[in-house]
Design a protein around this ligand. Structure first.
Ligand code: PHE
Length: 503
């Protein structure tokens, strides 16, 4: 059998009885580690060796950690000083104990907080009490420090090691070590004899002009081999997913809507039959603009029809809200809290003219809400807005559309829960299951627009509509648990770099 030189070196160095580290084999054979690893994977692909992987943890004391091993932990000093001052009998003033301990500067805070954390005693109203049974001589963190210093990290308590890392006394790093072992086929190959094949890994002008390229053997590409990590810019996964959502919806026959981030409350709320005293319209939920604070180009006739719907309802049995409706409120400018404002603009005929059914429109755009920040809420997020206008739509159509849409992102366990919106009847919230935590996560809100919305807009067929959260879709696709991992300044760069695009 003929093999490239690196492979022959690995085959000869590998053993059938035990794993041999590739980096060691590489050194013996005078190969760079990357070439040895590549050769090992090539041999593995042909069944001649197996490659195993192990993660080694390295423990290194920081300078501060080393100092404490030589001396003692600051909280131990504090405890000793407290005992000497009689704090095991009765509380002693903190100043006195600290003075006697010889602790200075930052070490004082370190001593106090760890003293309290470890229950060496209590610190209350400027006085220290020491627990006579605390025995800081047997402090597990000190033991762990000493074990690491002696190169016996495996003897140390795991919690203590974690704690030391948190305190900045210890650096823990991981190294992936790969090893090879000969398979039976590898042994057979060696016994039958393996020779070095001269392979060419680069096609040069000389090879081409001399015609030699016809006779040489080329090195094969191994697309699975490890390559050097070159950090580079890439499209944010939120943007990638937004684009995928757009492609998917275009593929489902939808057209894209565009419109202002700052809009009149009229489009954001009033067209949606949200009473002007609705709690979602206050500054608790929405951001209002101070300047300019209103717009003046609302379509007169539509304003009139919307006012009438709010006052009297629509149709012979219509019922309006028995609350005030002011045009000045409708003119007020807000950052849109949902992109349903765009749907109103398009459905009204105001954007691209009157629309005849069937029609499908969508947007994937930012919305703004005055929420409290937490792992699932931000002040701004992307909404996947959409609507379908057709004769005779039902809840089945709505569910069918969602099922089809989410399936393209691998989400097949949607759940629907009846809901209330002032503008749709019936309304449904949509839920999916978080792939990591198993929690049921709300991903969107939907429904069929009521007459009180459609009639003033001049639409006389059915319209089903929704607003879905792009970030929540991402959570279900990639298993993120905190929305701040993908948004804003706390974004986890590593995760953004490494998350693979799903197709
Ligand atoms: N505007 C709703 C929201 O932000 C979503 C929605 C749009 C619901 C259209 C029904 C119809 O939650």
């Amino acid at each position: 059998m003929k093999r490239p030189q690196a492979q022959v070196a690995i085959l000869q160095a590998a053993d059938a009885q035990e794993d041999r580290r590739i980096d060691e084999v590489a050194e013996e054979a005078g190969l760079v580690p990357e070439a040895a690893t590549r050769a090992a994977f090539e041999l593995e692909a042909d069944g001649l060796v197996t490659v195993s992987e192990e993660t080694l943890e390295h423990y290194d004391l920081t300078e501060e950690g080393e100092r404490y091993v030589r001396e003692s932990l600051p909280e131990q000093d504090l405890y000793e000083a407290a005992l000497d001052a009689g704090a095991d009998e009765s509380p002693v003033g903190m100043g006195e104990v600290i003075g006697a301990s010889g602790l200075e500067g930052g070490a004082v805070d370190i001593a106090l907080s760890n003293f309290a954390r470890k229950g060496y005693g209590q610190i209350d109203s400027g006085e220290i009490t020491a627990d006579p049974d605390a025995a800081p001589g047997r402090d597990p963190e000190m033991h762990a420090l000493e074990a690491v210093a002696d190169g016996r990290a495996e003897d140390a308590d795991a919690d203590a090691l974690d704690q030391l890392e948190r305190r900045g006394l210890l650096d823990i790093s991981e190294e992936t070590v790969r090893s090879v072992r000969l398979t039976d086929d590898g042994v057979t190959a060696l016994m039958e004899g393996v020779e070095v094949a001269e392979t060419v890994d680069q096609l040069t002008p000389e090879l081409l002009t001399s015609g030699e390229w016809e006779d040489v053997e080329f090195t094969e590409y191994n697309v699975e081999a490890d390559a050097e990590d070159v950090p580079h810019g890439r499209e944010h996964i939120l943007r990638q997913t937004a684009n995928r959502v757009k492609d998917t919806l275009v593929g489902m026959g939808f057209q894209e809507m565009e419109g202002p981030h700052v809009d009149a409350q009229f489009w954001i709320n009033d067209c949606l039959f949200m009473p002007q005293d609705h709690p979602a319209r206050t500054h608790w939920d929405q951001f209002a603009l101070e300047r300019p604070d209103e717009i003046h180009d609302l379509p007169e006739d539509l304003v009139e029809r919307v006012r009438s719907a709010h006052k009297n309802g629509v149709g012979p049995d219509g019922e309006g809200y028995h609350s005030p409706w002011e045009e000045s409120v409708a003119r007020g400018l807000d950052l849109r809290g949902h992109t349903t404002s765009l749907s109103m603009r398009y459905l009204s005929g105001h954007e691209i003219g009157e629309l005849e059914p069937p029609q499908r429109f969508f947007s994937v755009e930012k919305v703004y809400r005055n929420d409290t920040l937490d792992p699932t809420h931000l002040l701004e997020f992307f909404q996947i807005e959409g609507w379908v206008m057709a004769e005779d739509l039902s809840v089945r159509d709505l569910m069918g559309t969602f099922t089809e849409f989410y399936e393209q992102f691998g989400i097949t366990d949607l759940e629907f829960k009846p809901h209330y919106n002032p503008y749709t009847e019936p309304s449904f919230e949509l839920f999916g299951t978080h792939p990591e935590t198993g929690e049921v996560v709300e991903v969107g809100n939907s429904g069929i627009f009521r007459d009180e919305v459609l009639s003033p807009l001049g639409v006389d067929c059915d319209v089903m509509a929704w607003g879905l959260s792009l970030e929540r879709l991402l959570m279900l696709m990639y298993g993120f648990e905190d929305i701040r991992d993908v948004h804003g300044t706390l974004c986890d760069l590593e995760l953004l770099r490494e998350t693979e695009v799903m197709h």
